[in-house]
Design a protein around this ligand. Structure first.
Ligand code: PXP
Length: 239
């Protein structure tokens, strides 16, 4: 199972002082050296963390499986088609939110979503859609031409331990629905050392995308140690 490290919050730290340090490109290099399988970057409309040059810099300088997170807008589809990442993940985006708040409502999306998926897939990009663990939403992703889904794990990760089993059962059904629909299954949002294992234990799961926790943990232990421990927990859950 792949671990894709989301490095958006390296840019958040950099932007806090308006300079060049810490560099997201350097962080991507360190993550790959520490055993990450890929790098995720979410270029938001308001550029609140990573900027165009950060994404282009990682693409040009760091050998990785780049997962480009983006809203389905003409600007971002154009950026992705020029960038040619290995993968992209389409997310809903609201200007007022602190972070992505939930899965995309694929069933109610207009025709632009399907057109965006098809244009990027035709360019050889593996397109995933960030969705809730709902069979109808997952099947709709397939109908629009996506090759993968990313299940939203935020509610599970943020829940009190007593509430987690029910939320996990729902995510497991989502993972099964993805496989039944012929889609690759990824997961992410809010995952940490204590919540990754149950997600990694799902046999359908092929990738987790983890950002805020790993970048925060690295303040205490460094990126290599934080990534090594996450990898160890994933491997333990898979065996
Ligand atoms: N997956 C998606 C689609 C996201 O939007 C985010 C947050 O940018 C993540 C994963 C990573 O979430 P976190 O930073 O909480 O690990």
């Amino acid at each position: 199972m792949r671990l894709s490290v989301n490095i958006d919050h390296v840019a958040t730290l950099r932007n806090a002082r308006g300079g060049h340090f810490p560099s997201p490109v350097e962080a991507a290099r360190l993550c790959m050296a520490a055993g990450a399988d890929g790098i995720t970057m979410h270029l938001r409309e308001d550029r609140r963390h990573v900027r165009d040059a950060d994404v282009l810099g990682v693409r040009a300088e760091v050998p990785t499986r780049l997962n480009f997170e983006m809203a389905a807008t003409e600007e971002m589809v154009g950026f992705a088609l020029a960038l040619r990442p290995e993968a992209c993940c389409i997310v809903p985006e609201k200007r007022q939110e602190l972070t992505t708040e939930g899965g995309l409502d694929v069933l109610r999306a207009g025709p632009f979503l399907g057109q965006s998926i098809q244009r990027m897939a035709a360019a050889g990009i593996e397109v995933s859609v960030f969705v809730e663990a709902d069979a109808a939403q997952i099947q709709a992703c397939r109908a629009l031409g996506a090759q993968a889904i990313e299940l939203h794990t935020g509610a599970y990760a943020d829940a009190a331990p007593a509430e987690r089993p029910a939320l996990l059962a729902r995510l497991a059904l989502g993972a099964q629905a993805a496989r039944a629909a012929g889609l690759h299954c990824h997961a992410g949002h809010g995952l940490a050392f204590d919540t990754v294992g149950a997600i990694a234990a799902m046999p359908e799961m092929e990738e987790v995308s983890i950002g805020h926790f790993l970048i925060s943990q690295s303040v205490f232990t460094g990126l290599p140690a934080a990534i090594a421990e996450m990898r160890r927990l994933i491997a333990a859950a898979r065996t």
